[in-house]
Design a protein around this ligand. Structure first.
Ligand code: B1M
Length: 211
């Protein structure tokens, strides 16, 4: 098996130290940082995403794989920057105003990072205008809004309204998700898309951003 295949395998098993060693070995072998990212780390993470969607792996496995990916990225990131490799797109992610749940939102961040996005996590209990300000500040391609309560999902509409009224409306897409959210609700409030889980959120974000 090649170093990149071993790297992807180790990532899928959540073996952070092995991932680090394989990244270092791949760099020593002269493999380009972008190839290590795409054919090693992202390739492993996309398998995890697909399995998560099919309920073949669960939240703990995804968290462990994401931790292994982060360990590899810590070594690779400076090399990517030096090589001028750009993120595929930029995403702002947060949980709506009044809502403190962040486990699902964090998984969405990890899957997006695993799909090659630069993710700016703006946290929980986020005011509608804050989503738009962060998106403008970071020149974001997409805003992702999470809600876990039937009482707070209604605040998603205010985020959509704030975005549509802003100067970045034509550039920045918005997707919504979280346990009580549905496609019908997303359509009703005028969001660009809804994803039922973190892996689907990464697929949807790629589609909406055309990357
Ligand atoms: Co809360 N809570 N909670 N809670 N909590 C729920 C959501 C609840 C269903 C429990 C219940 O009653 N059965 C219920 C909501 C009822 C409703 O509105 N229908 C509830 C309640 C009522 C409350 C409080 C009001 C309780 C109280 O104080 N009386 C309170 C509210 C606080 C607030 O937010 N203002 C509260 C508090 C808490 C804790 C702080 C204790 C804790 C949160 C800790 C944290 O997040 N750091 C907590 C927890 C842990 C839960 C449960 C048990 C688990 C939620 C979770 O993390 N799931 C939950 C019951 C349950 O779901 N079984 C419950 C795992 C996570 C991976 O799934 O977040 O759904 P989830 O994310 C999924 C998808 O939804 C999707 O992808 C993720 C992964 O595939 N997804 C997106 C999520 N965001 C997305 C965004 C996207 C796309 C997909 O695009 C942007």
């Amino acid at each position: 098996m090649s170093t990149l295949q071993l790297m992807a395998e180790s990532l899928m098993k959540g073996k952070a130290n092995d991932v680090k060693l394989h990244v270092e070995k791949a760099l020593a072998e002269g493999i380009a940082p972008s190839t290590i990212l795409n054919e090693g780390l992202l390739s492993g993470m996309s398998v995890i995403g697909a399995k998560f969607k099919k309920n073949e792996v669960y939240v703990p496995e995804v968290l462990i794989a994401a931790r292994a990916m982060k360990a590899g990225m810590a070594i690779l990131q400076p090399k990517l920057v030096a090589a001028g490799v750009q993120a595929k797109a930029i995403a702002i992610i947060g949980t709506v105003k009044g809502d403190l749940h962040d486990i699902g939102k964090n998984l969405v961040c990890m899957m997006l990072e695993g799909a090659g996005f630069k993710v700016v996590d703006i946290g929980i209990d986020v005011e509608p205008q804050k989503f738009v300000e962060a998106a403008a500040q970071h020149n974001a391609d997409i805003i992702g809004v999470s809600a876990l309560l039937t009482t707070t999902m209604t605040n998603m509409k205010a985020v959509v309204t704030a975005l549509k009224a802003s100067a970045i409306a034509s550039k920045t897409k918005i997707m919504v998700g979280g346990a009580p959210v549905t496609q019908a609700y997303s359509d009703e409030i005028g969001a660009d898309g809804y994803a039922p889980d973190a892996a689907s959120a990464a697929d949807l974000a790629k589609k909406l951003c055309g990357v």
